[in-house]
Design a protein around this ligand. Structure first.
Ligand code: HEC
Length: 630
């Protein structure tokens, strides 16, 4: 058996060398030529790396502080299991190891971390610097497939789970590491020798040389305090804290990438100068340049005396103690590895009389797996019946909540900040209604339990008085393009929809919605005098960061104003978010494989009758809007 496999190895080597030789005159040197690397894993077991081992080595650099790396562990486990199953006399034996690429944790912490995320192969601890120095990974996670003669046959990405930092694909379509291991174990050259890894960068090459006068304490801390720590601190939605110089330094390379790309802080709309939005998070060019110069200059801490104090945050509920806190009736278990889950939980609201809701805040019970939530109201009991019909907590449903909601209280996504509706406004919550919380879960590799909470903030005044003052009661109208028929392969399919206001209203906010093929959406108002106002313009739609956008100053739109929404969809194979491979024709629907082009306008009106008139007229318009035969 040994003889057979070493014979095979020799044969494979001959083939590999032949491949290498036809490409370049000089064969690649063995990475172990400079000396054997002796390492031990987290449990003290010894492992040596040299050409004598006669195995294919798969070395994957990981970091417990990098969310993209942690998310890849279940997929690595799967690849290792597949390779183990494929082992046989016609295959070169394969050895997998993970290597912790940084010093962010003690050994005990790392052991605990990997106990929660078990891998069927060792995690190298001592000797990690030597392996890092020899293989020079640029990112975590980054994989190296080293053939039995010590040559790197493949290096780079594990798969295409991410198209860029912060941009996750709905499904993996390319499994470069698995393919490379299978090829090398069978004695063949992999189809790809290098695929640029997407993940957390390990160093900025230029940073080492350059020095600048930008310091953390004086220049960077004020920006990070103002722009990032609201989410990047303990107990908040972001996966790591950015509250100290050390924390910001540790993530500096990735910070530079994400702010340059406009991925962080999360905020989709383009500047809306005439009618700016509440809570606009976009950074100025100067802020981006300052942080970049600081990182490239080697992350100078500067004089601690210059550093401003961290802003203080209300622990827990960001708008202060809510008037009513409700919770999912029981915990829901999210499996370690499964497709996305859309689960609906029915929560009876116990209030003695009607209320007006100025704001909501949502506390994900388990921020690791809660991706976003939408809050519907049901006064009909239909949601209770749907819940009762399934054994698990709540009910799963992909195409909408399964009933006609009697209202809605908005939604939550990680990018979302709770805000009170402007101008003392609120939404009507009828006594006896159920809150139906639709939660989208993203399993992350470890089984998780979630019991999310919702805080409701009511307006103080007597409800009857607020209801009498319609200018303060917010209603929703919408425009929707139902005749979506997006051909497979079309990279820029456009459509539009419009609605003309029968009465004047005050526009308070705008909530555009598309699914995964959405590329861009804009909504404008065409006034009867021929002038136009931009309501919202989202040049690069990202399903993950949808939000409700409220205007700092709600503004009037007269009767006869035409609301025009335009959307662009990318249904090509080149769209990495496209959930269908190959692309297929897509029509309107609320499942994730279907598409929508939809926009709520939150409006109020000076006169009671006008708001009612507009809401009813909008409903009639919606019913009359043509739909494609299904
Ligand atoms: C409104 C909340 C919020 C704000 C403000 C915010 N972030 Fe984030 N950030 C997040 C969340 C949530 C994630 C995790 C994203 C994911 O997993 O897709 C994240 C992820 C990141 C990542 C890792 C990217 C990745 O793909 O994992 C970096 C780097 C980052 N943020 C930097 C920043 C910086 C720098 C700022 C300030 C200039 C900032 N963020 C402001 C919520 C925020």
């Amino acid at each position: 058996m040994r003889i057979l496999s070493s014979l095979l190895v020799t044969l494979c080597l001959v083939r590999l060398l032949a491949v290498v030789e036809t490409q370049a005159a000089e064969p690649l040197p063995s990475v172990w030529e400079a000396g054997v690397i002796e390492a031990t894993d987290l449990y003290g077991q010894r492992h040596s790396f040299d050409d004598g081992a006669r195995t294919v080595d798969v070395v994957v650099f990981v970091s417990p502080t990098c969310p993209i790396s942690n998310g890849a562990l279940p997929r690595l486990r799967k690849i290792a299991d597949e390779v183990a199953r494929a082992a046989g006399p016609d295959r070169v034996p394969v050895r997998f190891v993970a290597v912790v690429a940084d010093d962010s944790m003690t050994r005990e912490e790392a052991i605990a971390h990997f106990q929660d995320r078990p891998l069927p192969f060792p995690v190298i601890w001592e000797g990690r610097e030597a392996l890092r120095g020899r293989l020079r990974p640029t990112h975590v996670p980054e994989a190296f497939v080293i053939d039995a003669s010590g040559r790197v046959a493949y290096r780079g990405a594990i798969d295409d789970a991410y198209r860029a930092v912060g941009r996750r694909r709905p499904a993996v379509t390319k499994r470069w590491l698995a393919d490379a291991v299978a090829a090398v174990a069978a004695g063949e050259a992999p189809a790809e020798a290098f695929i640029a890894p997407v993940g957390c960068r390990l160093e900025i090459a230029a940073a080492l040389a350059l020095k600048t006068t930008v310091t953390y304490a004086r220049d960077v801390a004020p920006i990070v305090h103002g722009r990032c720590v609201s989410c990047h601190r303990a107990g908040e939605v972001a996966p790591f804290s950015l509250t100290t110089c050390a924390e910001v330094t540790a993530h500096a390379p990735m910070i530079v990438e994400t702010i340059a790309a406009g991925i962080m802080p999360p905020w989709m709309p383009a500047a809306n100068d005439a009618h700016p939005f509440l809570g606009d998070r976009r950074m100025t060019q100067k802020e981006i340049e300052t942080i970049t110069a600081w990182a490239e200059g080697g992350c100078e801490p500067g004089d601690a005396a210059d550093e401003p104090a961290l802003p203080t945050f209300t622990a827990g509920w960001r708008l202060g103690p809510p008037d009513l806190v409700v919770q999912m009736p029981e915990a829901f278990t999210v499996p370690a590895d499964s497709p996305d889950i859309l689960q609906h939980f029915v929560i009876p609201i116990d209030i003695p009389e009607d209320k007006v809701v100025a704001a909501i805040d949502f506390h994900p019970g388990n921020p690791r797996v809660v991706h976003h939530a939408v809050l519907f109201l049901d006064a009909s009991g239909a949601a209770r019946r749907l819940d009762a019909a399934t054994p698990e907590p709540g009910y799963g449903k992909f195409s909408g909540p399964g009933f006609l909601p009697s209202g809605a209280l908005g939604g939550w996504s990680p990018g979302n900040t709770p805000r009170r509706l402007p101008g003392g406004r609120g939404r009507h919550l009828k006594k006896g209604s159920d809150l139906v919380v639709q939660i989208h879960y993203h399993p992350d590799g470890v089984e998780a339990s979630d019991r999310s909470e919702i805080g409701l903030y009511f307006l103080d005044e007597p409800t009857a008085a607020i209801i009498a003052d319609r200018e303060r009661l917010v209603g929703s109208i919408w425009t929707s393009a139902y005749e979506l028929d997006i051909p497979a392969g079309d990279a820029a399919w456009r459509t539009s929809a419009s609605y003309t206001l029968p009465k004047g209203v005050t526009v308070v906010g705008v909530v555009p919605h598309m699914h995964l093929l959405g590329k861009a959406v804009s909504v404008r108002a065409e006034l009867p005098d021929g002038s136009k106002k931009r309501l919202v313009d989202i040049p690069a739609w990202d399903y993950a960061w949808q939000d409700e956008f409220y205007y700092q100053e709600p503004f009037p739109l007269p009767a006869g104003t035409r609301i025009v929404m335009e959307g662009v969809f990318d249904n090509s194979a080149a769209n990495p978010s496209n959930p269908s491979k190959p692309p297929r024709r897509v029509v309107w629907g609320d499942g994730t494989l279907d598409e929508m082009l939809f926009c709520f306008l939150l409006v109020s009106a000076e006169r009671t009758e006008d708001l009612v008139h507009v809401v009813l007229d909008n409903l009639r318009h919606d019913l009359e809007t043509p739909r494609l035969p299904r």
